[in-house]
Ligand binder design. Structure first.
Ligand code: AMP
Length: 617
């Protein structure tokens, strides 16, 4: 293992590295720095962010700057504004003891005039997003005809984000005699094309296995019903009180919903997605970087620029379809020798994606049981006790009050004091998790429609005996107030409706064949439907939910009240899905019997809003 000195770095750079407390080079630095210094080759670095690649190319670039020459000597292209700022910031830190080194970051979403002004003052290195760079080249504000090095950082991300043409245009304006360093976590065809077209004599350096998740990342998954995803997320947060993580969601809408619920439920979370203005995004990111925010709920696109070290957990709220997306997500943790955990909340259907992810990351994803109430309480209790042990006691400050306090507590033994103290802090938590249900989905949880049509992710709750004879209250999902936690920014101790696992609650009541209460009214309301099957057909409300989900091929339909009669039933569907549900039942059958679904009169209303199906029904 080489030291930074042995890699041939100059004394002033070594001082900068020392200030940053980098003790030894990371594997990519150890491999790449000597290639840059001892050859003229281009380099393809297959490496995740978090491997130390910025320093791997950044340190030699700074060392090779010709300070006699005031032109731009290196161009670093990266996919996002955040990453640009991060890279430029790193370069400033590395060059702290090098006089006169200038690096300028340019990116979209910020004033181009200011950037032009900064460039006019002179830059040895430009760090840029492709779009803004091209714009500046066209305005003749950035001259890159003398550059000696081009770095394509996170090349796969740049191409994913649609920068292909911009990259081609920029690369075509660069001089022929230059070196190109391309870094990418994955090597899709498009990246291979860039390397073929624009690179010569490239040495490929692979850190970790190509396409693999970071070495230090442990991959686990919880298999649960889709309807319980949010409850599981809360369990994850409660089980890991020191969590500092990113929760990845599929859509902006889901990102907002999950973050809103977490905030309402008193968790220290916020959302990052494309609907936010740049200044809102900056604000969220600042809080996350400063660790004021524990959980960032983000879409993949919004999270692209996030380059934050020490992320303890990546949570996949659902499994992505694209393997590279999983690799990128999990690569956000386990950086720079730190360990990290990638947790996926997986429903039965998504489970089939696991083998291909395992193949891509060349690691096993371990199925673990969702932490139960007891385990969570133990963790929280331990954290609290630990905090209590470590609290700094200012003898002088508390001395004047101790007499009164001691007198007041005279009647309690030491053991009692401890019990009271624990209860004081902890009762709420215990209460919340006292009868928390098992959220694990069992492989045997099958959709039971008697016809063997597969399974439903909703409404298929196990029988009471299956759950070890817990009380009825127990069946109602996670009730009660969540334990108060210290350090939560957005604490809201009022017990929130959405917090109650109401789907679970409803599922149980439905299992008992009762008329159920509508869940939180959906925006725009519900449409009520008649269906020609009922209790006589040995159907339970959960089977109706299953039928709706299966026919509409959508597991996220908001189903409201279900009213089971003997030979027919009524069910409600959120307005936005009504048309889809109605048309999907055309030609439907249940155990060989034709299913008839028609729009019904809304309860308590003489009018009904007509749902139009695409067939004009
Ligand atoms: P990067 O992959 O360049 O984004 O680096 C990931 C993180 O590792 C950054 O926070 C760097 O500051 C840190 N880092 C880079 N090189 C080293 C090193 N040799 N020792 C310790 N930390 C490092």
């Amino acid at each position: 293992m080489l030291t930074f000195t042995e890699l041939g770095l100059s004394p002033n750079l070594l001082k900068g590295i020392e200030d940053l407390e980098f003790k030894k080079p990371t594997p990519i630095q150890e491999k790449i720095i000597p290639i840059i210094f001892s050859s003229e080759n281009d380099i393809i670095g297959l490496a995740q962010t978090g491997t130390g690649k910025t320093a791997a190319y950044g340190l030699p670039i700074i060392q090779n700057i010709d300070f006699e020459d005031n032109s731009v000597q290196a161009l670093i292209l990266s996919p996002t504004r955040e990453l640009c700022m991060q890279i430029a910031g790193d370069m400033v830190k590395y060059s702290k003891h090098i006089k006169g080194f200038e690096v300028v970051a340019v990116y979209g979403g910020a004033s181009i005039e200011n950037q032009i002004r900064a460039l006019k003052k002179g830059a040895h290195v430009i760090v840029a997003t492709p779009g803004r760079m091209l714009d500046l080249i066209k305005r003749r504000a950035a001259k890159i005809d003398k550059i000696r090095t081009v770095v394509l950082d996170e090349a796969d991300e740049m191409l994913n984000m649609g920068f292909r043409e911009d990259l081609d245009s920029i690369l075509e304006t660069t001089p022929k005699a230059k070196r190109t360093f391309l870094f990418s976590a994955t090597m899709p065809e498009e990246v291979a094309r860039i390397s073929k077209n624009y690179m010569q004599n490239a040495t490929t350096v692979t850190i970790g296995t190509q396409n693999s998740g970071a070495e230090n990342v442990k991959h686990i998954y919880y298999q649960v019903h889709a309807r319980n995803r949010y409850l599981v997320l809360k369990r994850i947060a409660d089980y890991n009180p020191d969590i500092y993580g990113i929760v990845f969601c599929r859509t902006r809408m889901e990102t907002k919903e999950v973050a809103d619920k977490l905030i309402k439920d008193g968790y220290n979370a916020d959302a990052l997605h494309g609907d936010l203005s740049q200044s809102q995004r900056d604000h969220v990111m600042k809080r996350f970087r400063e660790r004021t925010l524990q959980m960032l709920v983000a879409t993949d696109v919004a999270a692209r620029g996030i380059d934050v070290s020490d992320i303890s957990h990546v949570i996949n709220y659902n499994l992505p379809d694209d393997l590279d997306v999983y690799t990128h997500r999990s690569g956000r943790t386990g950086r720079a020798d730190k360990s990290g955990i990638s947790i996926s909340i997986v429903n039965y259907r998504e489970k089939s994606k696991i083998p291909s992810i395992e193949k891509a990351i060349k690691k096993k994803m371990e199925r673990q049981p969702v932490p139960n109430g007891n385990e969570i309480c133990q963790r929280q209790l331990f954290k609290m006790i630990d905090k209590m042990e470590k609290v700094e006691v200012d003898e002088l400050q508390i001395a004047p009050f101790m007499d009164v306090v001691n007198k007041k507590l005279e009647w309690l033994s030491k053991e009692d004091v401890i019990k009271h103290f624990v209860s004081l802090e902890f009762n709420r938590f215990l209460e919340y998790y006292k009868n928390a249900p098992d959220l694990n989905e069992k492989d045997s949880d099958k959709y039971d429609d008697g016809g063997g049509r597969g399974r439903s992710d909703r409404g298929d709750r196990r029988s009471r005996s299956d759950r070890g004879g817990r009380s009825e209250r127990n069946d109602r999902g996670e009730r009660g107030e969540r334990g108060e936690r210290s350090g939560r920014e957005n604490r809201s101790d009022s017990y929130n409706r959405s917090d109650r696992g109401e789907r679970t609650d409803r599922g149980d009541r439905q299992d008992r064949g009762e008329r159920t209460e509508r869940r939180r009214p959906e925006k725009g309301g519900y449409v009520r439907f008649f269906i020609n099957v009922g209790k006589k057909d040995k159907l339970l409300p959960k089977n109706i939910i299953g039928l709706v989900n299966d026919y509409a091929k959508d597991r996220d339909i908001n189903i409201g009240e279900i009213d089971m009669k003997d030979s027919f039933s009524f069910f409600e569907v959120g307005e936005k899905h009504a048309e889809k549900v109605l048309s999907s039942f055309k030609d439907g059958n249940y155990k060989g019997r034709k299913i008839v679904v028609e729009q019904a009169e809304a309860v308590g209303s003489s009018k009904k809003k007509k749902v139009r199906t695409k067939r004009g029904k």
